[in-house]
Each structure stands twice: as C-alpha cells, then as structure tokens.
Design a protein around this ligand. Sequence first.
Ligand code: SAM
Length: 315
Amino acid sequence: MTRTDDDSWDITESVGATALGVAMARAAETLSARPLFVDRFAQWFIDAAITAGWQPSFSVSATDVPDADPALVEQLQRRVQSIWGYAAARTKHFDDFFTSAGAAGIRQVVILAAGLDARAWRLPWVTDTIVYEIDQPKVLEFKADTLRAHNARAVANDIAVPIDLRQDWPIALRAAGFDTSQPTAWLAEGLLPYLPSAGQDLLFERVQQLSAPDSRIAVEAFGNEYFDEEKIQERRAKMQEVRNAAAKAGRQTTDVSELFFNEPHADVADWLRDHGWEVGSTTSAELLARHKRVPASDIPDAGSVFVEGLRLTGP
Ligand code: SAM
C-alpha cells in the first residue's frame, strides 16, 4: 500500500477503497433509528462493489464470524461504530455547509475528491446549481456506472471532472465550464491526509486563484500535531490492536493511515486567514458531542478540525 507521487486506483483499490468505507458509514447511518441524513445511494455503491468482488474489511456482525471470541467482536463493533459515527457527523456538517451556501446565493460548487459523495443527487439544491466533482477517473466511472444502473437523476447539474488532484485540475475544471467570476462553495472532505504536504499547499493556492469574492470553503483539516511522530506511532499501535483483534475474529482490516502522507501539513485555518479568508473552526470533539456520537476522546484518530472560510477579497 505504499504511496507514490503519481499513483492511481480503482474504487476497490488503495485510496479508492476509502470512498467505499465512507459509503459504508453513510449506508449504516441511513438505516439507523434517528439518522442525521438519508443517503440511499450509499448502499447501491456498496452492493455494486461487492458484486465486483470487493470485501468490506470490517465485520460488525457476530454471526458473520460464528467462532469469534465475543469480546473481540465487541471490540471491533465499538471501533466500527466510532468511525461510522464520526463519518456521519462529518457528513451532516458538510450537508449544512452547502445548505447555507445555497441560501447565501452560491450556485457553483466544487467537491474536491468527491469519491462516492451523493450530495448532487440527494441535497435539495437551488435550481441551476452546478456541482463539479473531481476525483480519479476510475472512481468517477464506477460512481457514474452505478448511478446509471439505478436510473438515478441528480438534483443539481452534476459535472464529473475526472483527474488526479496532483495534476493540473484547474485547466480541466475550466474546460468543464467552471466560471471564475462566480462565487464557489468548495469542499475538501476526507482528502487532505492523502495529499503530500506540498500537494496540499498547491491545492489551496489553486483554490485561491479560482475563488471569486464571496466564495466559501469547508475543509476537514488535520493540525500539524496530527502528524507528530509520537501521534502517528500512537495511532499505529492502536490500529495494530484492532488489526490483531480482527485477525483473531477472522477478518482483515485496512489501516487507512498507511495511505496517508504522514508528514507535517500546513495549518489550513492559518493558511486561509493569511490569504484573505474569514475563518471559523469546529473541532471534531465539538462536532461529535453536538450529534451525540462516540466522544472524540475514544477515537484515537479523530484529531481533526472542521474549517470554514469566506473569501473576502478577489483573486
Ligand atoms: N469526499 C468523499 C466523501 O466524503 O465521500 C470521498 C472521501 S474518500 C475518504 C477519499 C477520496 O479521495 C477517494 O475518492 C479518492 O479517490 C480521493 N482522492 C485522494 N487523493 C486524490 C487525488 N490525488 N486526486 C483525486 N482524488 C483523490
């Protein structure tokens, strides 16, 4: 699972499969007693991937692994619940961001690393809103094929921009119709650790160049301390415990942090502030408490900050 500067993937491979992990969380939230949102598309993606031979790495049902030690199964279930709770709270947070952006008059949206995000299909977009979705070509192809197989129609005007975010995506975005004179609502959810530090800097420089005044941005960011060697080792050790438990319960798990570029990344809130954005932040602890999910203190990898920015000046 070693990353390289120009690696690429299909939906069931490497970083591509993390989009399926998020879809699993959204499908579970949709079926829960009091869901924060309804994403009926998520299960379609899971079903299509399983049909194509993908195996979800976690088991949350003791009946899936009948011989497993119940304590181990419970440990895994707790872990899965915490990850899914985090993903659900995060999804709700960014759903609300887009609702506010629409109410503020923004009609142009760019979802960076869209993966299997179904917001263009499931949110009540204001008429004429355009949603550009950027991700690797095979990921977007899988998404389009699955949605087509179900005759799904997007609510917004959805435009796929299949390109790696380390390549010259602004050219591809403009060629797809993106209008630099219009304010944009940008989203980076579940993306930044998969970019090298220099790649993150370049991403924000490009967003800056493309953002008209009144543009907004929402980012799941990871502070510098998240990539402290000590923290990285702490998370690895915790994950190893989970992997051992999973192996004993007859399951293999993926440690997504092996796909991260584990190096110090710029502080996103500081970066935006320094570049003329008005910035607000919500910690993952605040977000999880707001939605009554597993507390962040119980999730070793929930050291994220949800940053929102409003562009005050032009490019
Ligand atoms: N944002 C989506 C969501 O929340 O449902 C997907 C999140 S998933 C954890 C990570 C996504 O980032 C994958 O779809 C992957 O293909 C995409 N990604 C990561 N690095 C990328 C890159 N360099 N270029 C394009 N897409 C990338």
